[in-house]
Design a binder for this molecule. Structure first.
Ligand code: HPA
Length: 265
């Protein structure tokens, strides 16, 4: 991304914390942020535009608990047909304007049998099952060519969030997120295989953004909303409606968890 493509309102605002709001979680920007400005993705040169219903497609920036934050209200998915480079452009932009900590949220199917729809899971690690990597291609010169992925999701901040959740009596799971391309949901055989690989939850996002963020040296926290039991774990068929319904149902708890996590960052 060229420096000339970066909106001056963002360089002037200097956001510190970035938030990617996943499926059904876009409300957070309106409910919790003292909004200073909005920039529709379509107004930015070379920026992709989200095609998923329920994904508004804009940056919202402002203050949250005294911190300067920038939210992606709507994110890009690989299954929409974007390249890995396109869908991680917002992360490069956030890093350029000063973001040092990134919160990535998503909706995910629960593979771990102790998970129930409506649970929240802190990502302890991920499995990139996308069959590609957002860093493939000419090295931009930002960050290292072969970034370490030993500790993608910041252990210290996770521990602080866990402690906060425990004092509030909020149950917070912690586990491994596996990313598939989608857009089809998984087969029961795939879910059994993913369980053997060590995955606790499965989704169609987050991993590309987290990889780029780590290359750029950002501190990353990932939070999944477990919206459904993964294929074959429950007897029912999977639908996008079920995913949205669960995300809607746990909105207030999610907002509380995310806002408090940002405050602790
Ligand atoms: N699989 C993949 N992605 C998802 C799921 C799922 O079960 N639920 C929400 N996003």
């Amino acid at each position: 991304m060229q420096d000339s493509q970066i909106p001056t309102e963002l360089t002037e605002f200097k956001p510190e914390v970035g938030l990617i709001l996943g499926s059904g979680l876009g409300f957070f920007a309106d409910d919790r942020i003292e909004v200073a400005g909005r920039i529709p993705y379509g107004e930015m040169d070379g920026f992709p535009v989200s095609t998923v219903p329920g994904h508004v497609g804009q940056f919202v920036y402002g203050h949250l608990d005294g911190k300067r934050v920038i939210c992606m209200q709507g994110r890009f998915h690989y299954y929409e047909g974007y390249t890995m480079q396109q869908l991680t452009m917002p992360i490069r932009l956030m890093a350029k304007v000063g973001v040092h900590t990134l919160f990535v949220t998503n909706a995910a199917g629960g593979i771990n049998r102790s998970y129930t729809p409506g649970d929240f899971m802190l990502l302890s690690d991920h499995i990139n099952f996308l069959g590609t990597n957002p860093l493939i291609g000419a090295h931009s010169g930002e960050g290292v060519r072969f970034p370490d992925m030993t500790a993608v999701y910041d252990a210290d901040l996770r521990s602080i969030i866990r402690t906060w959740a425990a004092t509030k009596g909020i149950e917070l799971k912690e586990g491994v997120y596996l990313a598939t391309t989608g857009p089809s949901f998984e087969t029961p055989a795939e879910i059994r295989a993913f369980a053997h690989l060590g995955a606790d939850a499965v989704g169609m996002s987050t991993v590309p953004e987290a990889i780029v963020a780590r290359q750029l040296g950002l501190r990353v926290i990932g939070i999944s909303c477990i919206t459904n039991a993964a294929a074959g774990i429950s007897q029912s068929l999977l639908t996008h409606e079920e995913v949205s319904e669960t995300a809607d149902r746990v909105r207030p708890q999610f907002a509380e968890l995310l806002a408090s996590s940002v405050a602790l960052a």
